[in-house]
Design a protein around this ligand. Structure first.
Ligand SMILES: Nc1nc2c(ncn2[C@@H]2O[C@H](COP(=O)(O)OP(=O)(O)OP(=O)(O)O)[C@@H](O)[C@H]2O)c(=O)[nH]1
Ligand SMILES: [Mg+2]
Length: 397
């Protein structure tokens, strides 16, 4: 499966960059990666997105959009054709899907993504998935004077300083409004809840490298497993492809959450030789050890922290992929994992597949839950935003 990965705004560009980094394992699932922002500093501070694919738009916007999402929507509408034209530097017409990445809560990514998604849907047949973060509670808090750090000391010009503009009083309201605009446009929205993944006392700028790697690892586990031009897949018992992913993700803007588990395993030290094709990958592995490794990773993926916490029993559809050295991929254990997923979700629409990785030194399981019921964080965002919106609607009259 080949993706066009497009980052918009600060978080979006960094996440797209992390996904491109996660793709550098040789199993290429990223066809092209792009980074779009009105802020040139954000676009230049990337490492993996090719320089030619980084594009600053809205040059007349001086000093950023300052959280003004309404303005962000106008800027997005005004520049969407320009951004879509940028994609012609790559090969969007052969993509199996588009991944539009952004951080909900800002004005640039949240303002531009709805127009971009709608435009991609009119230009291409492939599904458009949105990858997005949900804002953390601490972004709403008014920062206190941090006496030790002059950059965080309030001044008249900036009474609430935070590194990298982390004080975002409108983050939740913006998040809800962008989600509303994506409704009916994006095929699915894969969510990562910053609040749940930040540690106590940690700021977003401190944590973001780690958070982006965590998100990218999970996204890569889904899409690298379905990478079309992958010879290893010839050996797979049950191959999952782009159409299978599309079936599970759906096309009705359903929310998707990802769970992931890994376990290191001892392999005959043939990694590099296997890579050269000098040995077969059928090393001997104790069956009970293989069963246990598969069970453990599936259990971690299902019961560990999801990218967006939710009640799995509310999921409409689910995908399970188990990968690792072929001898470790015990078919019966994977089938049992699939049954466990069926009982846990109560859904009959479950797909599972195996992902042989002859040179891998661990077993992994990735679970995608689609159409998850009311995820409490999303409900909370929506319920807290509504009264505010009502007040404002009242003011407008
Ligand atoms: N996980 C993660 N979240 C981020 C990162 N950067 C920002 N965020 C989140 O994304 C939201 C939007 O931030 P940005 O992406 O910087 O905003 P923007 O789209 O550039 O919009 P502006 O308001 O115009 O700067 C924030 O409220 C944070 O919750 C990042 O690198 N990783
Ligand atoms: Mg920005």
């Amino acid at each position: 499966m080949q993706l066009e990965v497009i980052g918009v705004g600060g978080a979006g560009c960094r996440i797209a960059d992390s996904i491109a980094a996660a793709d550098s394992t040789g199993r290429s699932f990223v066809g092209d990666a792009f980074a779009f922002d009105v802020d040139s500093d954000e676009v230049t501070a990337l490492s993996e997105v090719p320089v030619a694919n980084r594009h600053r738009y809205g040059q007349t916007i001086d000093g950023g959009l300052e959280g003004d999402l309404q303005r962000g929507f106008s800027v997005g509408d005004a520049h969407v054709d320009e951004l879509s034209r940028q994609l012609d530097r790559g090969q969007p017409s052969v993509a199996d899907a588009f991944l539009v990445c952004l951080g909900l809560g800002g004005a640039t990514g949240g303002g531009t993504a709805p127009a971009l998604v709608a435009n991609l849907k009119t230009l291409y047949d492939a599904p458009v998935y949105v990858l997005t973060t949900l804002p953390a509670k601490r972004e709403l808090e008014v920062p206190t004077d941090d006496g030790d750090d002059p950059s965080r000391r309030p001044t008249q010009a900036d009474p609430h300083p935070r590194p990298d503009g982390e004080h975002r009083p409108l983050a939740e309201e913006n998040a809800v409004r962008t989600l509303e605009r994506l409704e009916g446009r994006a095929d699915a929205v894969i969510c990562f809840d910053n609040e749940a993944w930040l540690r106590a006392g940690e700021s977003l700028s401190e944590a973001r490298g780690r958070l982006n790697r965590e998100f990218a690892t999970r996204v890569a586990a889904v899409f690298a497993a379905t990478a079309g031009a992958n010879d290893e897949q010839v050996d797979a018992e049950s191959v999952v492809d782009a159409n299978d992913v599309a079936r599970i993700f759906g096309s009705r803007t359903d929310v998707i959450t990802l769970g992931y588990g890994t376990q290191d395993v001892e392999t005959d030290d043939g990694g590099s030789l296997l890579g050269l094709g000098l040995f077969t990958s059928k090393e001997s592995v104790d069956t009970s050890a293989a069963v246990s490794a598969v069970e453990t990773t599936i259990s971690k993926a299902l019961r560990g922290r999801l990218t967006l916490e939710c009640e799995p029993s509310g999921a409409d559809r689910a995908l399970l992929l188990v990968g690792g050295p072929p001898a470790w991929l015990n078919r019966q254990a994977i089938a049992d994992g699939r049954s466990l997923l069926e009982t846990t979700t109560g859904s009959a629409e479950i797909l599972s597949g195996d992902v042989p990785r002859p040179d891998g030194d661990g077993v992994f399981a990735i679970v995608a839950l689609a159409g998850v019921g009311p995820a409490s964080r999303l409900e909370q965002l929506r319920s807290e935003t509504r009264p505010f919106e009502r007040d404002r609607a009242g003011e407008d009259q």
